[in-house]
Write a protein that binds this ligand. Structure first.
Ligand code: RP5
Length: 162
């Protein structure tokens, strides 16, 4: 199976990124995690993205806060799909990172999830890999059924209580 490459702009993003890691582990999808910054280590970030396809990655996830150019910087260097996680920092409630991640110029797409939406980023990366992996696709479908059952259980509980 191809790997998911997770890149975060700082190790301070790890509490958010850990939700993506947990999701990938639950699906037994191989991944590799790096700290590369679009601004502080631009050469290493670019090199990683340039070589990602040859190194066995099928999709990249980029998590960054503030002026969050990491996802776009990686996307500029590869035709692999890149998923951006805008991370909330101490100011502006993550709107800064959301706009920096989502507002890509035409030709270089970044699939942007919600602010701090790391679990969805992982699920989207799994959906991309599942396009060529029927077993993985079946696992995704099982999860949808379980998730729906959990919501219906909550519905019954609310009905009983109120
Ligand atoms: C971004 O700046 C990082 O992705 C992080 O979210 C934010 C703050 O980084 P640190 O100052 O904590 O290293 O580049």
């Amino acid at each position: 199976m191809k790997k998911v490459g997770i890149v975060m702009g700082s190790d301070s993003d790890l509490p958010i990124v850990s939700k993506a890691i947990n999701t990938l582990r639950a699906f037994e999808v191989p991944f590799e995690v790096h700290v590369y910054s679009a601004h502080r280590t631009p050469a290493q970030a670019a090199e990683f993205a340039q070589n990602a396809e040859a190194n066995g990655f099928g999709v990249l996830i980029a998590a960054a806060g503030m002026a969050a150019h990491l996802a776009g910087a990686l996307a500029a260097q590869t035709t692999l799909p890149v998923i951006g996680i805008p991370c909330k920092s101490n100011t502006l409630d993550g709107i800064d990172a959301l706009l920096s991640t989502v507002q890509m110029p035409s030709g270089i797409p970044v699939a942007t999830v919600a602010i701090d939406g790391a679990a969805n980023a992982a699920l989207l990366s799994i959906e991309i890999l599942a396009l060529s992996d029927p077993a993985l696709s079946a696992k995704l479908k099982e999860k949808r059924v379980k998730d729906a059952a959990a919501v219906l259980e909550k519905d019954r509980a609310i009905l009983d209580r109120l």
